[in-house]
Design a protein around this ligand. Sequence first.
Ligand code: PSV
Ligand code: MN
Length: 398
Amino acid sequence: MKLPSHIDEQALSARLDRFEIETPSWGYADTGTRFGKYLQDAAANTLDEKLADAAEVHRYTGCCPAVAVHVLWDFPEGLSPQSTAAKAAKLGVRIGAINPNVFQDQCYKFGSVTNRDPAIRRRAVQHMLDSVRIGQAVGSNALSLWFADGTNYPGQGHIRQRKHWMTEALREVHAAMPAGMTMLVEYKPFEPAFYHTDIADWGMACAFARHAGPRAKVLVDTGHHLSGCNIEHIVAFLVDEDMLGGFHFNDRKYADDDLTMGSIDPYQLFRIFFEIVAAERETGADLNIAYMVDQSHNLKPKIEAMIQTVMTAQEHMAKAMLVDFGSLQAARDHDDIVRAESVLRDVYSTDVRPFLAEYRRARKLPADPLAAFRESGYAERVGKERAACKPGSSSGYA
Ligand code: PSV
Ligand code: MN
């Protein structure tokens, strides 16, 4: 494919080589909605199987060497973090962000680090401190924090007091992190709490991260915004404040729908990457951002959905890199809004898939990872092996 003349193809390919996308262990397991769970034969039952599936995604795409883990779901009592890290390495992947879980246990019904009961707050902090240690043991450099804390009714909680408890907890955990670890603070405006959420938006996450310490940054989950929100503006703003630590990628139509990245609004995804690429051009260096997927597919086959996601991410990053920043600046200098917008729209309309196919071939990767994975028969094979271990199966553990 012939690229526009202002594009340095080598630089574009080199940037894509450095564009790693972390996939989530929970994206390979059976999950459901609060209305029920439909099991898939091929979905992973154990952490080993999740790692094996993540390794498949990496094998076909070449850009997903890290797997995010959820401490309670992936590290039950007795599972050694070191041996898990060794297993991952054997499969050609590594453990990425560590996600503590302070939202599932019964004691967290009225909150974790913002619970009025000091014993429950301590338990939540202790779990995060344990997660830091797991992270150290597996060589992870990110502690990714999301809290379900909030209230459902006006008057239920003392909002400012809860803010102080959240700050104290984050400070203590930050102080326990080793030098190379980043704390990622995720926000969400609703769910499971529906009146107020203790970290409701990027501004609150940014304030909490600043209070926590210098290695705390904001995590933008693209599904965690109210309708109409300009996510790329948030991204640009946080980048400029040096406070954007990472993404949880997914797409949404109504709420936190966990849909495949770019399936609903691919132009929004392009606009997000455009802001990143623009900032990288101006600073002359890659931004230090953890690109992570947070999708848990109930209907699509999980590995296919993940490969589709990764290909979509590469496409939109590549498109953003095709922007003619010289023409864009010239248009801006003349307040030529029509031209400025066209610079983006023209690039967005460019089909970069032939370029990406060549790019992959040159790296001995399949030109079409999704087709290659389908042809491999992996899903059918593991489906047969794993189905027997599903709840409800006659030979399963249910
Ligand atoms: C919460 O909705 C969230 O986005 C957090 O990142 C959790 O860790 C993840 O989903 C769990 O699926
Ligand atoms: Mn998330």
